[in-house]
Design a protein around this ligand. Structure first.
Ligand code: SF4
Length: 321
């Protein structure tokens, strides 16, 4: 099997510290109003992790709605996220947090207990602040670009990406990809870029139709030209319903399918396909599906000693998969 015909995925389970979020992106199918979503308790996390130990799960994706930076509950919110990561890491899992824009010190602390972290850049164009992000202060493009910069400065292996079809123009997508490429050339920390087609769900107010996934292969080819070769392009298979389009995406340069787990919390109306189904699609076309860790080997040196130990243990397990 040629290395170039390998497609990776991560065995992930998502923990949601809270669904509450002070932003109101109109395409959101995740958020609850502030104060209207009970926070995940550490006792609940412990019980869940114990169960996941036997399920082959490696990555704990800690995906949270956001408590406002000026809120009196911000510190408690951050502490809960940190504690969840610490518990997961102590249990031998590899945490990956995506909790919206963070303070520099918050990122610095989370680095100690996260194999990698993430934040979607989505789109750089400020025009969206007048439409889908009118009531979403966290979606100010400069703020998100700054997060990418800080992650680079802090040597945090990072995943970012574009949300496609939320009102941006084709040129806007190219501009966003170029900005990611530029930041990566400076810091070398972007391990993956997700190209996520907007897919409508039951709870949103945004009325646009889904991004036409038939346009994805062309965009992936362009992204492959723009992004440095060390950045992997990730696509979510649950949002690409047509198997032939999925294969076209791989031919165009996508090489990763992201975290495959029981539920896509951001797109709850689109369950992940089973691994067996994915293999049935990929293997006849000469692609091999392979498990990967949530941190890529070129970044192992950046990890805290506790994380390095957990990664080494997973490397051993991977040899037996
Ligand atoms: S998309 Fe994210 S930031 Fe926007 S409202 Fe939903 S949870 Fe909040």
């Amino acid at each position: 099997m040629s290395l170039s015909r390998i497609v990776t995925y991560s065995a992930a389970y998502t923990l949601v510290p809270t669904y509450e979020c002070f932003n109101r992106c109109t395409y959101c199918n995740f958020r609850a109003d502030p104060g209207r979503s009970a926070w995940l308790t550490l006792a609940e996390v412990e019980r869940k992790l114990e169960y996941l130990l036997s399920q082959g799960i490696c990555e704990i994706l800690v995906l949270s709605g956001e408590v406002h930076p000026d809120s009196s509950r911000r510190d408690a919110w951050f502490q809960r996220i940190y504690d969840i990561c610490q518990l997961a890491l102590s249990g031998g899992f590899l945490p990956h947090t995506n909790a919206g824009p963070l303070r520099f010190q918050e990122m610095q602390q989370l680095k100690q207990v996260n194999a990698s972290m993430g934040l979607m850049l989505e789109q750089l164009t400020p025009n969206l602040l007048e439409t889908v992000h009118l009531h979403a202060p966290s979606k100010v493009p400069e703020l998100r670009l700054q997060q990418l910069e800080w992650a680079g400065k802090l040597k945090i292996p990072f995943t970012t990406g574009l949300l496609l079809g939320i009102g941006e123009r084709k040129d806007d997508r190219i501009e966003t990809l170029e900005a990611i490429a530029q930041i990566h050339r400076q810091w070398g920390h972007i391990q993956e870029v997700i190209l996520q087609p907007y897919s409508p769900g039951d709870r949103q107010s945004f009325t646009a139709s889904a991004f036409n996934s038939h346009h994805l292969p062309d965009l992936i080819a362009k992204a492959r030209d723009i992004l440095p070769q060390t950045i992997t392009i990730q696509i979510p298979p649950n949002l690409i319903p047509d198997a032939s389009v999925l294969l076209d995406c791989l031919e165009a340069g996508a090489r990763d399918l992201g975290g495959i787990g029981p539920k896509d919390e951001v797109n709850p109306d689109y369950p992940h396909p089973h691994l067996q189904r994915l293999r049935e699609i990929l293997e006849p076309a000469g692609w091999q599906l392979m498990l990967r860790l949530p941190v890529y080997p070129q970044y192992y040196d950046w990890l805290s000693p506790q994380l390095r130990e957990a990664v080494a243990a997973w490397e051993c397990k991977l040899l037996h998969f």
